[in-house]
Design a protein around this ligand. Structure first.
Ligand code: NAG
Ligand code: NAG
Ligand code: NAG
Ligand code: ZN
Length: 520
């Protein structure tokens, strides 16, 4: 069965969001315009055998996956010219070439897919130098990612004033904060919001101290107009300062951050089958970008190349439901591409996405087969738990053990969950530490990271476990095959009324992370 697909509906024009990001110079979409002969493509491809989970999984060959990883590494090396090492960070030649590579492969598939790309503004930041002295103590700290610099990129000398409460409301900052360094406890709202409130009150810098043991390192997230230079420090280092302030003593400090926050254009690539019911789509995504430090062959070369390989293999079949693949950009800067996409769906377009599956890091060398623990109990959109249960059955069927990990905001499912779309996914682990019990279940080394090269230069061709990749690529193929065949038994989506939407937003869960970075 197929229903004719209107390509212009693929990437709907949406309202632009926040002030910094709303420059009209960023077009929402540029349909690529191939697939001129849509009806011929539909005629040819609909004669193919109908897809199912097992048939699609049977097309996966480790050799094909490894060849794509090699292509990707060659592409990452293009950036050596500018960066001195391979990388596919947004804005680099390596990233641009990654996007071109994905598009080139997809457009050589006989019009099986309609391609779209979505250009959006992405924020990226660099921190060159920072220093924090309070009283006569040099305070160990981490500047928040995406922090603006102190005024004129010079040290500011000011008294230190503690926020009245958690700093989550403007009224937590009194008159005395004007011109001061604001000291704020972590908790209850994002670092970005605390910085914004302190900035609005006229503070010249903000210092957020941890509410649990250890140092504090996070991100301010999307830049806001009043963000000020913001540091994270340990609770232990804040304690003596707070005691002096409580005793009515005046405490002076010097805060300095030299940093840069830039807005660049980057793009998501979207491909949708010309076959299949376009009112009922299974959507999946991986991210096309890496961090600046390295080539990102596991993160997320493994996921994004799995998607590409599954997209290629899917062309051997016809589908009942539409399948939509996404290669997100700006994941490493805070899930920017996927969030942009999900936030710009009209209610009608939103409803067509029956579920979203996130595939980020599928071949970690010290792997565990991890399933995001999306549940009804946590208020995740209806269907997320069904998807989680599908992965349980999927891994069982592949004869391997699995484990649950928190569904806490670390990858590109966030925008979808926030838009009310059921979502889930699997991964093999990043900088978490493998336990002895997990070694019994998965093999590997206890006490070490799942991915020992996570966000480093060594995330290269040697940083892949071929067995784990093969298992996960077959699981991804099963997930596509299953829902492309049928959504039988899977919860329907409904058009939300404004009241329902408002209610859902009110009870929405607060994510601890946005991508790899702590936000609150
Ligand atoms: C967060 O809110 C709770 C409840 O209102 C409050 O008890 C707690 O002190 C707040 N946290 C901070 C850091 O102030
Ligand atoms: C999964 O999430 C549910 C709901 O919050 C929770 O009850 C359960 O303990 C979690 N399971 C694991 C293994 O984390
Ligand atoms: C699954 O884990 C158990 C230990 O809990 C182990 O005995 C078994 O060999 C594991 N199975 C596989 C396929 O690794
Ligand atoms: Zn990733």
């Amino acid at each position: 069965m197929y229903v004719k697909f209107n390509p212009s509906a693929l990437l709907p024009l949406g309202l632009l969001v926040s002030s910094v990001l709303s420059s009209p110079t960023f077009p929402q979409q540029q349909p690529l315009g191939q697939n001129d002969d849509l009806s011929a493509a539909i005629r040819i491809h609909s004669k193919k055998p109908a897809v199912d989970a097992e048939s699609l999984a049977a097309t996966i060959e480790t050799e094909n996956l490894l060849k794509r990883a090699k292509d990707l590494y060659t592409i990452a090396k293009i950036s050596e010219l500018d960066f001195g090492h391979p990388t596919r960070v947004i804005g680099s030649r390596g990233h641009v070439a990654t996007v071109e590579y994905v598009k080139k492969v997809l457009s050589s598939l006989g019009g099986y897919y309609t391609l779209g790309e979505q250009t959006f503004p992405a924020v990226s930041g660099y921190i060159y130098e920072s220093r924090l002295v309070i009283g006569d103590t040099v305070i160990p700290h981490r500047p928040m990612s995406l922090t603006p610099p102190t005024k004129n990129k010079e040290p500011v000398l000011a008294k230190v004033v503690a926020a009245a409460n958690d700093g989550c409301s403007e009224s937590d900052f009194g008159e005395d904060v004007k011109g001061a360094i604001a000291l704020i406890e972590r908790g209850n709202c994002s670092f970005g919001q605390k910085s914004e409130n302190a900035g609005k009150a006229g503070a010249v810098a903000a210092v957020v101290y941890n509410n649990e043991p250890g140092s504090l390192s996070g991100t301010l997230g999307t830049p806001l107009d009043h963000h000020i230079a913001t540091f994270g420090i340990a609770r232990e280092d804040a304690k003596p300062i707070l005691e002096q302030l409580k005793a009515g003593k005046e405490v002076d400090g010097s805060a300095y951050i030299d940093s840069e926050v830039n807005v660049i254009r980057t793009k998501n690539v979207i491909a949708q089958t010309v076959l299949g019911d376009p009112e009922n789509c299974v959507m999946l995504g991986g991210h096309s970008d890496s961090v600046e430090e390295g080539p990102g062959i596991n993160d997320d070369g493994s996921g994004s190349m799995t998607l590409l390989e599954v997209a290629v293999q899917l062309t051997k079949f016809s589908v009942n439901n539409c399948v939509r693949f996404a290669w997100w950009s700006g994941e490493e800067e805070g899930l920017l591409g996927s969030t942009w996409y999900a936030q710009h769906l009209t209610p009608e377009e939103n409803k067509k996405i029956r579920l979203f599956m996130d595939y980020d890091m599928l071949a970690s060398v010290n792997f565990a087969y991890q399933i995001y623990n999306a549940t009804d109990a946590e208020g995740d959109p209806k269907g997320s738990e069904e998807l989680r249960n599908f992965y349980i059955e999927g891994y069982k069927g592949l004869g391997v053990n699995y484990t649950f990990i928190p569904f806490d905001g670390r990858s590109d499912y966030v925008g979808f969950i926030e838009a009310g779309i059921p979502a889930g996914g699997v991964a093999t682990g990043a900088e978490g530490i493998k336990t002895p019990e997990e070694v019994e279940r998965f093999g590997g080394k206890a006490g070490e990271w799942y991915d020992p090269c996570y966000h480093q230069l060594c995330d290269d061709l040697t940083n892949l476990d071929a067995t784990a990749w093969n298992v996960n690529a077959r699981l991804v193929a099963k997930s596509v095959g299953k829902y492309a065949e049928s959504f039988k038994g899977f919860p329907e989506r409904t058009l939300e009324s404004d009241e329902v939407k408002a209610e859902r937003k009110k009870s929405a869960k607060k994510w601890k992370y946005r991508g790899s970075k702590l936000v609150m």
